[in-house]
Design a protein around this ligand. Structure first.
Ligand code: NZQ
Ligand code: ZN
Length: 394
């Protein structure tokens, strides 16, 4: 399909590039709000190295720590108020997707009048996108979300128990400093969840896009095959820098817009369902996706067997004269892969008994639906269809 594309984020990729943080930050500001999570970067020494690099370059540091996985709106507001009080002119995110998303929204809240939840797709009073933000530098310590090089952020409103997202041009980081050596300490489970997340970013585009997109299909298959080859190595041996680097590059590409450009992607339905589940139960995003994606794929494959058969053929080398048989076998193989790297693939694996399935379906559709009341995707799905697919994921 016709499209326009621009990703303005400057990407610096390589083991050891953390040492360039000061020099890079100096080009963007003089007083940085340095945002971190629950302490991993303090325990592994990355925080101290980042601060040293910044101070050496003459950039003052105002630290804000404690951003939760599935970051809370209240933390975002506190961070933004600190940035204002301390007159920060730059925001640096040093952490996983949660830290990056929180930091991106903090940078915008600094200039935003009114309730920051109005930036979000879930805003009950209509969306008011932010148009201005402090310069943002992202330094991911976990390969998963692609937040380091995109204009999205996902935030949880703990008061309304909703997880929502904002997409705004001012949230593109100025610079993404992507150092795969920072991911060496990510534990095996989070590594596997990250692999599932990055693959799901690509499958969402692949299965919810239009047909007739050969370049995008090959991009997507390349990212998936790479993640399936190198992901298990990173899970098995966290110190394997080569594997960490391949997985991290795959995660950047998976959601910086290249793979989905021009594909006419109708929606990210697996993400929308997962966001409802993680808003309620606070599960890790990639783990929730590993449960929802195979179940969604089974339902969608019945409607688009040829597309799923192409996936099965090109990713898993499967052949069958019956596209639906081939398609379904491809989903089984995909689910087997997720299991092999240690992801949950059933609600029960997340400790959930399925009693809230109807609520997941209802609240997902309350958050986002097309003019027929269905969840956008190819196919768009009704509440009854969502309930049915979630029952299959029990
Ligand atoms: O908080 P700390 O102590 O840093 O520990 C984190 C956290 O417990 C830990 N961790 C991160 N880097 C580490 C590390 N532990 C050891 N060594 C390291 N180097 O990992 C745990 C999970 O971190 P988190 O940031 O929550 O994970 P992830 O990167 O998967 O981010 C998930 C969040 O991103 C959102 C999700 O919904 C979720 O809120 N997403 C953001 C997107 C975007 N902005 O484009 C798209 C995604 O689809 C996703 O929805
Ligand atoms: Zn995701």
């Amino acid at each position: 399909m016709d499209f326009e594309f621009q990703n303005p984020t400057r990407l610096i990729f390589g083991a050891g590039v953390l040492s360039r943080l000061g020099e890079v930050a100096r080009g963007e500001g003089r007083r940085a709000l340095l945002v971190t999570g629950g302490g991993s970067v303090k325990r592994n020494g990355v925080f101290a190295r980042a601060v040293a690099s910044l101070e050496e370059a003459g950039v003052a540091v105002v630290a804000f720590d404690g951003v939760e996985p599935n970051p809370r709106l209240s933390s975002v507001i506190r961070g933004a108020r600190l940035a204002q009080a301390q007159q920060c002119d730059l925001v640096i995110a040093l952490g996983g997707g949660s830290v990056m998303d929180a930091a991106k929204v903090m940078a915008a809240v600094v200039f935003y009048d009114g309730d920051p939840w109005e930036m979000m797709v879930h805003s009950p009073t209509g969306i008011r996108l932010p148009t201005r933000a402090l310069p943002i530098i992202t330094v991911p310590t976990l390969a998963a979300t692609g937040s380091e090089m995109n204009k999205g952020a996902v935030i949880t409103n703990e008061q309304t128990v909703e997880k929502s997202f904002v997409l705004a041009d001012c949230l593109y980081p100025r610079v993404a400093l992507v150092d795969p050596a920072l991911t060496l300490t990510v534990p095996p489970d989070q590594t596997a969840f990250g692999v599932c997340d990055l693959i799901t970013h690509v499958t969402e585009g692949y299965f919810n896009g239009v047909d007739g997109t050969p370049v995008q299909d090959r991009f997507a298959e390349g990212v998936i095959l790479t993640a399936m080859e190198w992901g298990p190595k990173a899970v098995e041996d966290g110190q394997d820098l080569e594997a960490r680097a391949q997985v991290q590059w795959a995660s950047v590409v998976a959601l910086n817009g290249w793979v989905q450009a021009g594909a006419g992607v109708a929606g990210f339905p697996v993400h929308m369902i997962e966001h409802t589940i993680s808003a309620i139960h606070d599960v890790a995003h990639g783990a929730g996706l590993a449960v929802v994606n195979p179940a969604w794929m089974r339902a969608a494959a019945r409607v688009r067997p040829d597309r799923f058969a192409q996936f099965a053929r090109r990713v898993f080398g499967l052949e069958s004269s019956d596209p639906l048989v081939c398609a379904m076998e491809g989903v089984v193989r995909f689910e087997d892969f997720l299991t092999r790297i240690g992801c949950p693939t059933r609600l029960s694996h997340l400790g959930l008994d399925g009693t809230l399935i109807e609520r997941y379906a209802r609240e997902t559709l309350q958050a986002i639906h097309d003019e027929t009341g269905r969840l956008p995707g190819r196919p768009a799905m009704s509440e009854a269809e969502l309930i049915e697919l979630l029952r299959e994921a029990q």
